[in-house]
Design a protein around this ligand. Structure first.
Ligand SMILES: [Ca+2]
Ligand SMILES: [Ca+2]
Length: 332
């Protein structure tokens, strides 16, 4: 009887064990984590909009998370984070659209960690769904899978085995990005996977209570550490790195009615380039290279002269009153 029982147990469990095997945590063979210094990351998100979630979705009185702000989610991964809270979200944008190249196309960094005493073989991870858009209006979610037990709540500081989850941001520990491949979202009419302008990161509500839970692409509850009733609760977004970008076009680049007059443009190597507003308003601007690397950031200018720019393509990001634009500068 005992042997039969064991055999039956094994035959029931085997399909679940097989299904649980996604790439493992950093430091294990087959991990797909990408280090923040990897040369395959060519750019970083340059703007972020944050919608805070509650510290505890079952207790409104405690209020929203407060740690970090939108600037923590831009630029290179640096362990400065913004905490999204239960169900909170961040939408980040880029200087150039992300495109679907070979393999992973962008990576998302969180601040998970390994504590072998607390959670042997596991890591403290907070998870988020990931959606992308090529028009800023229609967003599409990566098909996320969580094969964690949904009967026992993962507690506030309990670990998660990374090999049980797939297509969630936060799968890997701090300084290591979780990769996303746009190939997973091809064939959707409203989505151009070669012109992704927005990436949205949405905290999973790890509470397995059916009244509050969020579900993966198969309808299973997503179980992650809960409650996290702290000012730093929920997913902690550090950065979003770009692997494949459409460098020939800039997001929001304008071709008519520019805010600034830029001349000469194209210019030649080391030639002064004069920048003047087309109204009497003062303007703020950021100058980046074609990889989105910031070269210059100035505020409240009435005019400006760029000096010593080497040959290349540059983008000037302008804010003037409530208007914002991108203009291209070419130095030959
Ligand atoms: Ca790809
Ligand atoms: Ca950061």
């Amino acid at each position: 009887m005992r042997i039969n029982f064991l055999l039956i147990s094994c035959s029931i469990l085997l399909p679940f064990i097989a299904a649980a095997q996604y790439p493992p945590q950093v430091g294990n063979a087959g991990s797909t984590a990408i280090h923040k210094d990897s040369s395959i990351i060519i750019a970083w998100a340059n703007e972020a909009k944050i919608t805070r979630g509650l510290q505890n979705c079952t207790n409104v009185a405690v209020g929203y998370t407060t740690v970090g702000d939108s600037t923590a989610a831009t630029g290179k991964a640096d362990n400065k984070i913004v905490s999204l809270g239960d169900g909170g979200s961040a939408t980040v944008t880029f200087t150039h659209p992300i495109k679907n190249g070979n393999g992973a196309d962008f990576v998302i960094f969180e601040n998970g960690f390994i504590d072998e005493n607390l959670n042997p073989g596991k890591a403290f991870l907070e998870l988020a769904f990931v959606e992308v858009s090529s028009d800023g209006i229609h967003f599409f979610r990566f098909p996320a899978i969580s094969n964690l037990d949904t009967l026992t709540q993962v507690e506030s500081f309990e670990g998660i085995d990374a090999s049980t989850i797939h297509n969630f941001a936060g799968k890997y520990i701090a300084n290591y990005g979780t990769p996303f491949d746009l190939e997973d979202l091809t064939g959707i009419p409203e989505l151009d996977v070669n012109k992704i302008t927005h990436v949205k990161i949405i905290d999973v509500v790890g509470n397995i209570d059916s009244r509050y839970c969020t579900r993966d692409s198969k309808g299973n509850k997503v179980n992650d550490p809960w409650p996290t009733e702290f000012p730093s609760g929920g997913f902690d977004l550090d950065a979003v790195g770009v692997i494949h970008a459409d460098l020939a076009s800039a997001v929001n680049e304008v071709k008519t009615l520019p805010l600034l007059s830029i001349y000469p443009n194209p210019a030649t190597d080391n030639q002064p380039i004069y920048i003047l507003p087309n109204t009497s308003q003062k303007f703020d601007f950021i100058l980046t290279d074609i990889f989105g690397k910031q070269i210059l950031s100035l505020q409240k200018q009435t005019n400006y002269t760029l000096q010593n720019l080497q040959a290349g393509v540059y983008f000037i990001w302008i804010k003037q009153g409530s208007s914002a634009q991108v203009q291209k500068i070419i130095v030959q």
